[in-house]
Design a protein around this ligand. Sequence first.
Ligand code: ADP
Length: 284
Amino acid sequence: MTVKDNKVALLEEAFNEFNTRSFELERSYKLLKSEAKRLKSELKASHAEKERFREEAERNHRLAAVGEMAARMAHELRNPLGSIELFTALLKKSVHDQPKESAWVDHLSMAIHAMEYAITNLLLFTGKPQPQFRRVDLRNTILSLRPFVDHLLQQNKITWQENTATLSKTVWCDEDLLKQILLNLILNAIDVMPDGGHLEISAEATERPQADLVLSVSDTGTGIPEKALSRLFDPFFTTKDKGTGLGLSIVQNAVAAHGGTIQVKSNHQGACFIIRFPLHQEAA
Ligand code: ADP
């Protein structure tokens, strides 16, 4: 081998070595680059999470303040309302033989019940309700809600149907909480059917996989917009001009206090809220 050949061989070897090294360098660079990208996005996510926690803490703080004020007002209104209710009942007795006056008193009673409903709603929103279980004829409970909304059903041309045929005679649950849950869902359903529709309320006791009470309220309204679905139960979230955004948050509180779950199904033909409670056994 000549000296020249030797130099060429050495150069070739150096060139190959250079190629291998630059390939390795390029691979390390790519690895480093993707690691830096991953760390950067992790940092961004952790910043976003921190910001979310901060916003949530701020909102909880605001909610606590609003809640405290609302609870105080609700308690203060409850006592005078109790007196109004008592005297209305006495009035009803004294005019029982005068149909016109008796009908006026019935209107008064309905208005009092509506106020009681609003106050109970406020208290449910502000505190964690403690369910008071007792034997309840759920069929009657559902029927007892109808007079509250009858005028709205007629006004909006909405048909009402209740399905309770498979229920056993009575169910061990908290009637007031169930009324509050159902009424909030029914009023929402009526709101989305201003030009008529069908409202269906079902109650069923299941055996499997466990003893549950399944309640559902479905409507043939507009359905829930996709972007509203994730915020539905947030306090103060509303898409209505005169909405408070409290209804579903109250429903969620009452359902949680009962140890239950809520499922929402929605499409362009309407929405359906399904609530499932464990059916507790009556205490001995
Ligand atoms: P509000 O009725 O005061 O708006 P809610 O908490 O009861 O407060 O409801 C929050 C939002 O959820 C409503 O503004 C509406 O956008 C949506 N929503 C609730 N029920 C229904 C329903 N049955 N169909 C369509 N959207 C609904």
